[in-house]
Structures are given as structure tokens and as C-alpha cells.
Design a protein around this ligand. Structure first.
Ligand code: NAD
Length: 379
């Protein structure tokens, strides 16, 4: 196989550092048509010993403890930002200035102002870029997009999404620092809105088009927590829960809800779309299935069907096992890398770009503004 290396400089070795490293390691095995070959060239982390352990496990050739050095290295082609949200802007700006390809985790930034700077930086530098809204590339979700684009649902009336977790219910849980930066407003930018609803919003606008206006409510159930970095009891600034209504540009109505206080739910992301002719449901817990109801079916057999999205002609599935065998969460990252590499080879933009992720950021910000002002916010 003739292939061209694409040297990856990885920022962070947590949950996403691992998911992305796995994707780079697997992609050429399952997408052999790709000519670009990601090489795990260097890993950045603050702690050298931990960085070396991760680098050895995953096969990174070297480690850096100063991210600026990594971003400036001439043997690095692409920077992959898998660190907390408050680090995205600065690293992306420097990576763009150094002409690197940039892959950035979601949300793009903590707020719209940071996101706008990032979009400007990548566009001025002319560097290929993407944001890891990976749920789009779960085959069942991609199939939903195909069915909608083929017009099978007809006019869309309703979009309904929830993302429920339960891991922050205990008031004893601290905020801030390693593993708990999501509870720290300064590190995360927001709570469930930027962390979980951002995924729901990205999927929604991809499937159903732009959002026109939102009306939201948020709550912070635990008002104070010990801060890991200061040791002091500090105010909690994030939204623990958020629910909002939205009007889409196509005239459909939507509800979105997310919380980390839904006892019993670890990562229940579901959506349902109701159209004139058909409806669709999807559930992260059964991510390889798509629920589909077609009113055009003969009434004797009409009903909800559960499509096992594992056949060779389902999106991405011809790259995996034989029909009938399902794939999982980690494959969505492999698919995103595969599509991004194919785009690089053809000099084509691959969605979602920084500019597209900025649209999601704007909706998140409008949701938070609406909750604050208790008013509808137009986008
Ligand atoms: N696409 C998805 O589905 C998805 C899922 C989870 C997280 N994310 C995003 O990925 C990014 C990283 O999230 P994660 O779950 O991998 O986080 P994590 O806490 O598991 O890992 C974060 C990494 O960043 C490093 N780090 C650097 N500066 C830090 C700081 N000041 N405080 C804490 N850690 C610091 C940590 O050492 C670690 O290597 C975030 O932007 C998050 O929103 C996306």
C-alpha cells in the first residue's frame, strides 16, 4: 500500500484522547482505500510520566509537556485538541498560526466570542479543520439523515431530543480540576448546555435545518461545591439541567432537555422526529438501531419497525463485519477520521467545520441567554 503519513500531535490523553487515538490507529485497516495514514507522532500532557505511559500504550513516538512546542514542531501536520473547553481557543489559534490541520473536540469553545476568533484564525490561515460532533457518523444517525434528505418523512412537524445523565447528584462531589473540570464554569463555559445539548443541537440542525428561536430554563441544583484547585467552597456557575423549546426555520417545533440529575440514566441520548409521512426514533443505548414508522405502509402491517443498521448498504457498514453484526460508539470516531482524511486527499471541506460548529455555539449561547432573561431569543 502506498500511503502518505499525516503526523498527529495529540493534546490530552483523557476520554477523548483515547477515543481519537483508537480511531487513528484503526482507520487505515478498515478504510484501506485511504492514501493518508495518521501517524501517532507526539502526545502533549502536563505530566511527563503519565504522558509517557499513555504514549507507550498507544504507540506515540514522543511526548511534550509544553503544548506550544508541540504546535510549533515542523514534523507535526495535524493538531487534535482533546483537552478541556477553556484550552480550545488558545491552542487552535496557535495551531492555525503554525499552519496545522486542526481537529478540535466539541464544543468548539466556551462561548461565541471565542468561537468567532477560532473560525477567523482557521479561515485566514486556510487550514483544514473539523469539530468532533461524532454522533452524526453513527450509521443509524447517518441513515436518518439519508431518509430525511430523500423526503421520506415529508414536512417535518416535531423534533424532540433528550440527553440524560445522573453523575453529579451528590453535593459531596467537588468541582474543578482533573476529571471534574465540567463542573467548573471557567473551564467548561457552561454545564449541560455546552457539554450535552451541544451534541443534540448539532445533530438536530444537521438533520432538520437551522433553528430560528429558543426559549429556555436552566437550574443549578447544587449551589456550592468545594473547588479542587483552591480547596475552598465556591459557587457553582454551571447549568446542571436545561430544557428549551425551539422553532426551526422549516416551521417545525422542538423540545430539548438535558440534565445530570436524572437518576438511573448514564448517557441516554435519544431523538424523535415526526413528519407528515413517517417518523424516526434513535436511542444511544441501542445505537445500531433506527426506529421508523411509515404511514405509507399497507395498514395490515403498518407499525413501528426497528431497523438493525448493520447491512452492507447501510452507511459505513460495508467497511466492517458481515451483515447483521453491529458496531459501537468508538466506530463513530473512526468514521469521522475516515471522512476527514478523504476530504484532505480531495482538498474538500468535511462537515462539521469550525464555522458550522460556531452555529451550534450560537444556539447554546442563545439558550443560556433565554434562561437568564426568561425571554424568547431570536437567532
Ligand atoms: N465528542 C464527544 O462525544 C465528546 C465526549 C467527551 C468529551 N468531549 C470533549 O473532549 C474534550 C476533552 O474531554 P474529555 O472527556 O476527554 O476530558 P478528560 O478529563 O477525560 O481529559 C482531559 C485531558 O486534558 C488534560 N488537561 C489539560 N489541561 C487540563 C486542565 N486545565 N484541567 C483538566 N485537564 C486538563 C487532562 O490531563 C486530560 O488528558 C472536551 O472539550 C469535551 O467537551 C467530547
Amino acid at each position: 500500500m502506498s500511503s502518505n503519513p499525516l503526523n498527529i500531535g495529540m493534546i490530552g490523553y483523557g476520554f477523548m484522547g483515547k477515543a481519537h487515538s483508537n480511531a487513528y490507529a484503526r482507520v487505515n485497516h478498515f478504510f484501506p482505500e485511504l492514501k493518508l495514514r495518521p501517524v501517532l507522532k507526539a502526545l502533549w500532557a502536563r505530566n511527563e510520566e503519565r504522558a509517557r505511559t499513555f504514549a507507550d500504550t498507544w504507540g506515540y513516538e514522543s511526548v511534550e509537556t509544553d503544548w506550544r512546542r508541540l504546535v510549533e514542531r515542523s514534523d507535526i501536520d495535524a493538531i487534535d485538541i482533546c483537552s478541556p473547553n477553556n484550552t480550545h481557543r488558545e491552542i487552535a489559534l496557535e495551531a492555525a498560526r503554525n499552519g496545522k490541520v486542526i481537529l478540535c473536540e466539541k464544543p468548539l469553545a466556551r462561548n461565541v466570542a471565542e468561537g468567532e476568533e477560532m473560525v477567523k484564525a482557521v479561515e485566514e490561515a486556510g487550514v483544514p479543520n473539523t469539530v468532533w460532533y461524532n454522533y452524526r457518523r453513527i450509521p443509524a444517525v447517518t441513515l436518518a439523515k439519508q431518509l430525511i434528505d430523500e423526503g421520506r418523512l415529508g414536512r417535518i412537524f416535531h423534533y424532540r431530543a433528550v440527553f440524560l445523565q445522573d453523575w453529579t447528584i451528590s453535593p459531596e462531589l467537588p468541582q474543578g480540576g482533573e476529571g471534574l473540570w465540567r463542573l467548573d464554569l471557567d473551564a467548561a463555559g457552561s454545564g449541560v448546555t455546552g457539554d450535552l445539548l451541544a451534541h443534540c443541537i448539532d445533530t438536530a440542525i444537521w438533520l432538520n435545518g437551522g433553528i430560528q428561536s429558543v426559549s429556555a430554563m436552566t437550574e443549578t441544583f447544587v449551589k456550592e461545591r468545594i473547588h479542587n484547585l483552591t480547596g475552598d467552597v465556591e459557587k457553582v456557575g454551571i447549568d446542571d439541567a436545561c430544557a428549551f423549546r425551539a422553532r426551526f426555520e422549516n416551521g417545525s417545533l422542538a423540545t430539548f432537555e438535558s440534565t445530570r440529575y436524572a437518576r438511573g440514566h448514564k448517557a441516554l441520548y435519544t431523538f424523535e422526529i415526526n413528519g407528515e409521512h413517517a417518523s424516526i426514533t434513535w436511542d444511544l443505548h441501542d445505537l445500531h438501531r433506527l426506529g421508523y414508522f411509515d404511514h405509507g405502509d399497507d395498514s395490515a402491517v403498518r407499525g413501528w419497525r426497528s431497523i438493525h443498521v448493520t447491512d452492507g448498504d447501510h452507511p459505513y457498514m460495508d467497511h466492517w463485519w458481515v451483515p447483521g453484526l453491529q458496531i459501537g460508539y468508538e466506530h463513530s470516531f473512526v468514521h469521522q477520521v475516515a471522512d476527514f482524511l478523504a476530504g484532505l486527499e480531495e482538498d474538500e471541506t468535511v462537515s462539521p467545520t469550525f464555522a458550522e460548529a460556531l452555529e451550534t455555539q450560537k444556539i447554546c449561547e442563545a439558550v443560556l441567554e433565554s434562561a437568564r432573561t426568561r425571554q424568547w431569543v431570536q437567532l
